[in-house]
Design a protein around this ligand. Structure first.
Ligand code: GCU
Length: 647
């Protein structure tokens, strides 16, 4: 299958004018990964200090993914805990060289999170669920794609430390179920070997009903001996073909996907059955907690979707086998621009956990709007759960620091596709790059990550660094300003989720209501309402229980608030909504103005691409502002205090 043109993204090294030799001496025995490390050094030859010898060494005592770099007068030594550590060292060296320059001395690094994964929502027909960057580069027309583009993808991932990839959509429909069969395994093996040569393990999403769909059984009951036998045989075949296969990602009993509930079994029954099959091979079951009633009656004010993850999984804490990881979305709803952290973090103490964030900008502008998500992810990671006296942040839990777990980490729903620039919006690549960097080291600041990415992608001109840096760093807030206010979420068009529709999800079955009237808006989630706030540990539970102590940016997530309620700065809720919506659009106007001053500093093609997205963003942001403001104005009949135009 053909793979079309693509760019080098943040790995566009200076082209060597003449054949430029890099003197590399490899001490450990060369394997596929070391081969990649040397290949990368050769590709980046022009960037390297000429005449310096490069030593690649291994130290058995270190963590496998750790590395140390020593820069001396005549040589550079990269020591890794394994060949993967050396490969990371090579990428680390190149990054340092290209962003800060090299001085003599040494530094070492090791990743803070054991698993640093991308979840692709790619379908086997080549479409991508919530994909905003073209078609899949893994699949097309029920075939697996493999080639130079796959390799470029692997290099980009490895350069930021991503060490696991799920190739296919969590919604495993139709033919994709066959990915675990002999029909597809040779092709999956090709990809997995390539990825493995970059230190990346391959995972597949599986269909819990595969025993029925493929195995000819009448049930997929996890306690049924034939079902167990089916999965045993399947994993055996799988590992025979792909010995370093990572494991399964499972979306069960979620949005119509099959699962153990059909048979009156628990999610622990389901996950553990698969875990037992994978265990002899060192495989993992990554089991998603995105389980809620998606057939709610909007008239039902008792059921609260926000509660569902905790209600389903907290009672199962401690029942999962050691090779099961629960994958938890960052918030209790679904990747909105602002949500509180899922109370499962801090709620679970005896279960392996993995944080799931969404780089694909489903609800944050779909890669037409710029929305740099690293600041959001950093807030999530630094959230204190109070599960222990110290080391209790989400970052601590998922890194294994809190409970000493090793099967844990972080994953992002990928934002890539077969567009030339990989991510549709050129600036959205900062989220892919940034995800990897943050997963490696959650202590890195949003600014540092943005600056690294800008320099590696566009060059080191001060003006560009400033302008693009400001655009990225202000973008999440701007998006939040002109879209749905104060954590309310969901005011989007149904199904495709792009653009404003204030009541788009109001009378639907998805459990996503704001219940606005002419006097107030929001769902009460304190004890007088659904009781969701009590799923947190103290002091968070009390903080969210009361209107006065709820952080203002989440006010409408937790409480039903009258429009004349005074916020801390004295403004009414209504005036705040008007103000932020006007401000958000102005922020986009400023982004465009600033970006245009960089015309000479960016190549024509990329400049035009970005400008056209920013222009589309402005149009959409204006629509958001006017629809939201008009909605509240018509309801309340209260004009804007500053007399601005509302329709
Ligand atoms: C969201 C998204 C779906 C996706 C689901 C999931 O609801 O809109 O397309 O399948 O999340 O995470 O499983």
């Amino acid at each position: 299958m053909m793979q079309t043109g693509w760019e080098q993204a943040w790995l566009s090294y200076a082209e060597p004018k003449d054949a430029c030799e890099v003197p590399v001496t490899c001490c450990p025995e060369e394997d596929a990964v070391l081969g990649r490390a040397k290949e990368e050094l050769a590709l980046a030859a022009k960037e390297l200090p000429q005449g310096k010898m490069i030593w690649l060494k291994q130290s058995e005592e270190w963590d496998k993914e750790a590395y140390q770099i020593c820069v001396g007068a005549s040589d550079i030594t990269i020591t890794g805990g394994s060949s993967v550590g050396i490969l990371y060292g090579v990428f680390g060296l190149l990054r340092r060289l290209r962003t800060k320059g090299l001085t003599d001395g040494s530094w070492s690094e090791s990743p803070k999170n054991p698993l640093r994964m991308l979840n692709h929502w790619d379908n086997i027909d080549g479409s991508i669920e919530r994909g905003y960057s073209g078609r899949s580069f893994f699949f097309s027309n029920d075939k697996v794609l493999f080639g130079e583009r796959t390799k470029m993808y692997a290099r980009l991932c490895a350069s930021v430390g991503i060490n696991g990839v799920v190739l296919n959509n969590v919604n495993v429909r139709q033919k994709a179920t066959n990915l675990i069969t002999q029909e597809y395994l040779p092709a999956v093996r090709e990809i997995s070997e390539l990825l493995a040569s970059y230190g990346i393990r391959t995972f597949l999403s599986v269909n819990f009903a595969a025993p029925i769909e493929l195995g000819g059984l009448s049930v997929s009951d996890p306690l049924d001996p034939d079902v167990i036998q089916y999965w045993r045989r399947q994993t055996q075949i799988l590992y025979r073909e792909i010995p370093n296969f990572g494991g399964f990602l499972v979306k069960a009993d979620s949005e119509g996907r099959p699962g153990p509930f059909t048979y009156g079994r628990t999610h622990a029954d389901g996950a553990n059955m698969l875990a037992k099959c994978l265990e002899p091979y060192g495989g993992l079951v990554i089991w998603r907690c995105f389980v809620y009633n998606c057939s709610q009656d909007w008239r039902d004010t008792k059921t609260d979707r926000a509660r569902a993850g905790y209600d389903h999984f907290a009672p199962l804490d401690g029942l999962f086998l050691p090779n099961v990881i629960l994958q938890i979305k960052n918030g209790p709803m679904d990747f909105q621009v602002r949500e509180p952290v899922s109370p499962l973090f801090g709620g679970l103490t005896k279960t392996n956990q993995m944080l799931e964030v969404q780089a694909a900008q489903e609800y944050t502008g779909q890669q037409i709007h710029v929305c740099y998500l690293i600041p959001m992810w950093k807030e999530i990671l630094s959230f204190r759960t109070y599960v222990t006296e110290e080391n209790d942040t989400v970052a601590d839990i998922i890194s294994g620091k809190t409970f000493g777990q090793t099967n844990c980490g972080i994953c992002a729903v990928a934002n890539t596709g077969d567009d030339q620039n990989w991510t549709g919006h050129d600036l959205a690549a900062a989220n892919w790059y940034g995800f990897g960097r943050l997963a490696w080291d959650p202590e890195l600041s949003s600014e540092e990550i943005a600056q690294e990415w800008i320099v590696l992608t566009f060059g080191a001109q001060e003006k560009l660094k400033k302008v693009l840096g400001d655009i990225l760093l202000n973008s999440w807030k701007a998006y939040e300003n002109y879209t749905s206010p104060l954590g309310i979420g969901w005011m989007v068009n149904p199904s495709h989720h792009y653009g404003p529709n204030v009541e788009g999800y109001e009378y639907d079955r998805w459990g996503t209501y704001h219940r606005a009237t002419r006097t107030a808006i929001g769902v009460e989630r304190g004890s007088a309402g659904t009781g969701f706030a009590a799923q947190y540990r103290e002091p968070n539970a009390s903080m969210y229980e009361h209107v006065e102590t709820t952080p203002e940016e989440l006010l409408l997530f937790f409480h039903r608030i009258p429009y004349d309620y005074r916020l801390k700065d004295g403004r009414t809720l209504l005036q705040y909504i008007y103000d932020t919506h006007f401000a958000g659009v102005e922020q986009v106007e400023h982004m465009i103005e600033a970006f245009c001053t960089c015309k000479e500093l960016i190549d024509e093609k990329r400049f035009a691409r970005i400008l056209s997205r920013l222009t589309a963003q402005l149009q959409s942001a204006t629509e958001w502002r006017d629809r939201i403001n008009t909605y509240f104005y018509r309801f309340t009949e209260q004009p804007d205090e500053h007399g601005r135009c509302i329709y």
